[in-house]
Write a protein that binds this ligand. Structure first.
Ligand SMILES: Cc1cc2nc3c(=O)[nH]c(=O)nc-3n(C[C@H](O)[C@H](O)[C@H](O)COP(=O)(O)OP(=O)(O)OC[C@H]3O[C@@H](n4cnc5c(N)ncnc54)[C@H](O)[C@@H]3O)c2cc1C
Ligand code: FES
Length: 502
């Protein structure tokens, strides 16, 4: 089995150059996932020049680790959105998702992109382990609120394949995210626009409006942070820190598997457990390919991460005995206290987009449209609803406190906890551990050749202690979810600096 997303294996993307000279553009976009690539494409279409800079390779981080259900159905139920934001705003949030699917379809058609874009129905169904009357009532209410707000939603006594009560939402969609973004990224370089890979934004100069990468500067008029978890950039440190406290990072796991043709209908499915399991199916030549995910937990807060894969695989086998698993992967989803993303200006000339939760492909598209409208000073229907500084709303306060209790808790607990081992002798090859004494701890990784890499385990964001994630071979921080390579470099923020070597 390959511990790599199916998308990355099935759609390689050519390499783009590193930034090796100073460059001038209208807009810098930092981060080349769905948000950054789409924003750069839409901005170039308006006649502006763009530099899209990426720390690793295009569409290789969370967008490369997605499962790409294209849906307007948010993780937070429509009835809860309506309760918290009012009917009009709840409807606007789902409309944004529907508009994003239409927008992707339009790009696919206009640019003639072969990416298996297909309209399919989505089914939300009760969990088969324990069917409760309460859950059935909630689904019935969800269908009726959906219909009242103008969405096509029907309660069914029995959804296809699972034969469980659920709700059917027709006209959702799916695609191959890397085939789509490979084509879109190919259209960005030229006529004064660029993509630079292996070019991390390392320093911002607000006065001169420029950003440094690989020791070179890019001069810009405006910047779009499409890094999933925003960098501080031009923002004030206190505002950026406050925003971080509102973001919760979760790790989600997925499997790719061959199943006999026609076993499962071509559709999107997810259940009502918390965290929920999700499934999509693609018809292929001679077999079907199924992607099954779930087991979400706050990043850095589970020790035996391999067990998440084991539990998920057992459930998949229970649903489809003949599933032949060949890929597994995990990635990050970022959630907000009220369930809606933060998209908009957070400092003069700086636009951020984050907090998409499980709808990052559709909200990434929405964010790209909003970023284009912001840069070209057009009015946008969602700018107030998704504003970064939107007012606190009823129902969000409790979640906000619950999510942030983790920070002081882990800060103290991990500092006084016993390390996993006292000596590196206990460390196997290709493994990491916190080693030392209660008072002095080290994060140590032993590579395949036996070479040791030793770091301070103190997360460079706000000082919690990282932990080894054996399923992905990363150092993860339990406080705000930063992730680091075994060799200490940042994989995903909010941390912007590598673990300090010792
Ligand atoms: C297992 C899983 C399943 C999911 N399923 C779905 C789904 O079915 N439907 C859905 O809509 N969403 C889903 N999501 C969520 C969705 O995939 C993500 O929210 C979305 O891809 C985020 O896109 P992005 O462009 O904002 O971020 P990313 O794809 O993470 O891109 C951000 C980029 O910024 C780069 N970067 C970071 N710092 C710097 C820097 N300093 N300089 C330069 N570059 C930098 C990173 O390297 C990265 O490439 C899923 C996520 C996971 C993990
Ligand atoms: S991510 Fe905030 S302290 Fe580590």
């Amino acid at each position: 089995m390959r511990n790599v997303p199916f998308w990355i294996d099935s759609a390689p993307i050519k390499r783009f150059p590193r930034l090796e000279r100073n460059v001038n553009v209208d807009i810098v976009v930092v981060g080349a996932g769905i948000t950054g690539i789409t924003a750069a494409h839409l901005l170039k279409e308006t006649g502006l020049t763009v530099a899209l800079i990426e720390r690793e390779h295009v569409a290789s981080m969370d967008t490369g680790h997605t499962t790409a259900h294209l849906t307007c159905i948010t993780d937070v139920e429509l009835q809860e959105l309506a309760r918290n934001f009012g009917d009009d705003h709840a409807q606007a949030a789902w409309d944004a998702g529907a508009a994003a699917i239409d927008g992707i379809q339009k790009i696919v058609q206009n640019e003639q992109i072969e990416c298996e874009f297909t309209r399919v129905p989505a089914y939300v169904h009760v969990c088969g382990d324990s069917v409760s009357q309460k859950e059935i009532s909630r689904l019935k209410k969800e269908a009726s609120v959906g219909a009242k707000l103008g969405f096509d939603a029907t309660y069914l006594e029995s959804v296809p394949y699972f034969n469980l009560p659920g709700v059917r939402y027709p006209n959702q969609a799916k695609f191959h995210p890397r085939k789509y973004l490979r084509a879109l990224a190919g259209k960005i370089p030229g006529n004064g626009s660029h993509i630079f890979e292996k070019s991390a934004a390392s320093k911002f100069d607000a006065k001169k409006r420029r950003v440094k990468a690989n020791r070179n500067w890019i001069n810009f008029d405006r910047v779009i942070m499409a890094t999933n978890n925003p960098l501080i950039g031009l923002a004030h440190i206190s505002a950026a820190t406050l925003l971080q406290t509102k973001l919760s990072l979760y790790t989600s796991y997925a499997f790719g598997a061959h199943v006999p043709s026609g076993t499962v209908p071509e559709a999107l499915f997810w259940d009502t457990r918390d965290p929920y399991d999700y499934l999509r199916l693609d018809r292929c030549c001679g077999f079907d390919y199924l992607i099954y995910g779930g087991e979400d937990h706050k990043t850095g807060q589970k020790n035996q991460t391999e067990k998440a894969y084991a539990r998920l695989r057992a459930r998949l086998k229970k649903i489809i005995l003949k599933a032949r698993v060949d890929h597994c992967w995990s990635g990050q989803v970022i959630c907000t206290p009220d369930g809606l993303p933060y998209i908009g200006e957070n400092a003069e000339r700086q636009f951020i987009a984050t907090g998409y939760c499980g709808n990052g492909i559709t909200f990434g598209m929405v964010a790209a449209i909003m970023a284009r409208d912001w840069a070209t000073k057009r009015k946008n229907p969602w700018s107030d609803l998704f504003a970064v500084d939107r007012k606190k709303i009823k129902g969000a306060t409790w979640n906000y406190l619950r999510e942030n209790k983790d920070y002081p808790y882990y800060m103290i607990k991990d500092r006084i906890a016993r390390p996993e081992a006292q000596s590196v002798r206990q460390l196997k090859r290709d493994d990491g551990m916190i080693i030392g004494s209660r008072r002095k701890k080290f994060a140590v990784f032993r590579d395949q050749n036996g070479k040791l890499c030793k770091f301070s385990p103190v997360c460079t964001h706000l000082g919690c202690l990282v932990r080894w994630n054996p399923a992905e071979s990363t150092w993860d921080c339990p406080c705000h979810g930063s992730r680091f390579k075994p060799t200490g470099e940042v994989i995903a923020g909010p941390a912007e600096e590598a673990l300090r070597p010792i």
